[in-house]
Design a protein around this ligand. Structure first.
Ligand code: SF4
Ligand code: SF4
Length: 162
């Protein structure tokens, strides 16, 4: 399915996630880069040596979980919008997810928006808890949403009503 549609299977997705124990400790990146492509801005953008591509720029990036602070800088630098940050430390019921979002209008903090999966299908309503759009992110804002934990492997995008 991935080769035809570009949509990863559930196993491919969960294979990119850090453990729930790590997610519950605080924010950490999920690097959903599945194909060998000549690309490495994620590696060069990270000040913490949190992502390794290595000598061959075609290598699939590997998250260095121990170094990642979940700062979200790499989300704005990845041309494929392939990275998100998950944080299970805020509550037992919910998870916070940071996603790169390049559509307009941007949501505002406190908005309830439609949470979508990797196929663009509706999953659940989610709450926008932060919107980061500094100049250094170069027109790739990062939106933090909060949602029920049970959707952690499904949510990947949002839809904002104009
Ligand atoms: S979230 Fe921050 S610390 Fe983690 S890999 Fe990305 S840039 Fe590095
Ligand atoms: S910047 Fe994005 S697309 Fe490029 S290697 Fe890193 S994760 Fe993959």
């Amino acid at each position: 399915m991935f080769e035809k549609t570009g949509i990863p299977s559930k196993e491919m997705v969960t294979g990119k996630f850090p453990s729930i124990e790590r997610i519950n400790k605080g924010p950490v990146a999920v690097v959903e880069c599945y194909k060998e492509i000549p690309c490495n801005p994620c590696e060069t953008a990270c000040k913490f040596n949190g992502i390794n591509v290595g000598d061959d720029i075609n290598n699939i990036p590997v998250l260095n979980i121990d170094n990642c602070t979940g700062c979200a800088v790499c989300l704005s630098k990845c041309p494929g919008l392939a990275i998100m940050v998950v944080d299970g430390s805020k509550s037992e019921e919910n998870v916070q997810i940071k996603i790169p979002y390049e559509f307009l209008p941007l949501p505002e903090r406190g908005d309830i928006v439609r949470g979508l999966d990797r196929e663009g299908k509706y999953v659940a309503d989610v709450t926008v808890v932060n919107v980061l759009n500094p100049k250094s992110f170069d027109r790739t804002p990062v939106i933090t949403i909060e949602a029920d934990r049970k959707y952690i492997y499904e949510l990947r995008n949002i839809q904002v009503e104009a």
